[in-house]
Ligand binder design. Structure first.
Ligand code: FAD
Length: 472
């Protein structure tokens, strides 16, 4: 209850309740802070509501549909398999509801106050939070800004109608007959492949020379091969120029080399990156916080901005826009506020694409390790001679471990194949712990599991694998 317009006192104001904000709020509360977290939308941010979680629920449904449809390959004839897309959407919405409800309960259990509204800075120590009903002002000792990002909207392709962003693509009422995806990064490929599995004719238009830039070319080639096998058309080195839409479809004009092309589809999904939410009503200009020319807030290795009691984390600071990067930075910022010596170390952020096959990478790639001056030793083992992969009928892919030949230290790893998203965790831990390839090779991995593939890749690096022959 606010009397007049006096400021209420809190220890820590957290702006945004995405994976960065809610994690920061919970960690700060665990460390004894009186915390208020504010979000103008729903608890969970982009990740839980319109990002990681709903996309993975739909991807998993599409994958199951594909597996059942092709089960005759392993002797199971499921007859004609049908998709009820509104039920698929219900399943996805249920997953989102469960997780966002869980986060709301966790905030409550940790005695974190939540305000559903927008934040506007008044000065370096006070902010007003407001919604349709109320607009109290707070005086804070510390603040953590975690306002996230939004899809980049290109001028020729304003969102609306048949031109959609990832947000709308996650909630289409039915499986479209056709879709053009502008942008072959991880979001475009994940969503495009998901719809393709459900039966949509998908075309990807990417400006660079390959899809999934940032991953080894060999990895993106495997995904590209699978996509093409599914009937997805891919134009690389292509420039999307303009679009015209009607009530029922949209036509994209684009150029590949010297050739002008036009394509018409039910939807045009534009996924060309995300923009940090550091503009607009938040009022960062009022407190003169230091930002770079692309709108990212500058921070030190504890997440502290140019104003020492204000921190920034997640998609609004430089680095990959990923939920686990946000929540990692969140814990460091909250601990720094509590006076702990935590520091950010980006050596080990896993990058994962939930494509089919999945791609995952952590630490250095082979080229990066060479550029850093390491005497590189590669250990590589394919899925198609691993018993578990064969019995799962998932033989595409490999595990590649990048190590230092002089001391055996694991420097990085790249995995493409089933469960790459989970398998990469062991290699991340190896890097984090300063483990060698010998440590991985000497660790007993259960048989038969996909987990044996990294172990065998480590044995390859050591020169004595059991299940593959290396000619000396
Ligand atoms: P956000 O999650 O964006 O949360 C910011 C919150 O701040 C929002 O809820 C917003 O409403 C609120 N806010 C903004 N301004 C204000 C204000 N002035 N006042 C009050 N509240 C405000 N990442 C992964 O790691 N793995 C994945 O598989 C993955 N898949 C993705 C799939 C899609 C389709 C998309 C779009 C993204 C995906 N991401 C994934 C990225 C991930 O969602 C983001 O990196 C992550 O959500 C960033 O977390 P954050 O806490 O920094 O910000």
């Amino acid at each position: 209850m606010v009397v007049g317009d006096a400021s209420l006192d809190i220890d820590t104001l957290v702006i945004g309740a995405g994976p960065g904000g809610y994690t920061a709020a919970i960690r700060a509360a665990q460390l004894g802070q009186k915390v208020l977290v504010v979000d103008k939308e729903k608890v969970g941010g982009v990740c839980l509501n319109v990002g990681c979680i709903p996309s993975k629920a739909l991807i998993s449904a599409a994958h199951q549909y594909e597996s059942i449809s092709h089960a005759s390959e392993i002797g199971i004839d499921a007859g004609k398999v049908k998709v009820d897309f509104s039920k698929v959407q219900d399943f996805k919405n249920g997953v989102v509801k469960k997780l966002t409800g869980g986060v709301a309960s966790l905030l409550k259990a940790n005695k974190v106050d939540f305000f559903n509204g927008e934040v506007m800075f008044i000065n370096e120590n006070e902010a007003r939070v407001f919604n349709d009903q109320e607009s109290p002002r707070y005086r804070f000792k510390n603040c953590i800004i975690a306002t996230g990002s939004r899809p980049i909207e290109l001028k020729p392709f304003p969102f609306g109608g048949r031109i959609i962003s990832s947000t709308e693509a996650l909630s289409l009422p039915e499986v479209p007959k056709s879709m053009i995806v502008v942008g072959g990064g991880y979001i475009g490929i994940e969503l495009g492949q998901m719809y393709s599995k459900f039966g949509t004719k998908v075309t990807v238009v990417e400006g660079l020379d390959s899809i999934l830039p940032g991953f080894d070319a060999e990895m993106s080639k495997l995904v590209e091969k699978k996509l093409k096998g599914q009937g997805v058309e891919i134009f690389t080195g292509a420039k999307a120029n303009s679009a015209e839409q009607s009530d029922k479809d949209v036509t994209l004009s684009f150029t590949v080399g010297d050739e002008e092309k036009q394509l018409t589809a039910d939807y045009l999904l534009v996924t060309v990156g995300r923009r940090p939410n550091t503009d607009g009503e938040l009022g960062l200009d009022l407190i003169d916080i230091k930002m770079n020319e692309r709108g990212f807030i500058e921070v030190d290795d504890q997440g502290r901005t140019s104003i020492p009691h204000i921190y920034a984390i997640g998609d609004i600071v430089a680095g990959p826009a990923l939920a686990h990067k946000s929540s990692y930075e969140a814990k460091v910022a909250a601990e720094s506020i509590a006076g702990l010596p935590s520091k950010i170390d980006y050596k080990c952020i896993p990058l994962v694409v939930f494509s089919d096959p999945e791609c995952a990478s952590v630490g250095y790639s082979e080229n990066e390790a060479k550029e850093k001056g390491h005497n590189v030793k590669i250990g590589r083992f394919p899925f198609n001679i691993n018993g578990r992969a064969l019995s799962l009928n998932a033989t595409e892919g490999y595990v590649k471990i990048v190590s230092d030949a002089d001391n055996g230290l694991v420097l990085g790893a790249q995995i493409v194949g089933l469960e790459a998203s989970n398998l990469i965790a062991e290699l991340g831990l190896a890097i984090e712990m300063g483990a060698t390839v010998e440590d991985i090779a000497l660790t007993i991995h259960a048989h038969p599991t996909l987990g044996e593939i990294p172990m065998e890749a480590a044995e390859v690096a050591l020169g004595h694998p059991i299940h593959t022959f290396i000619k000396k």
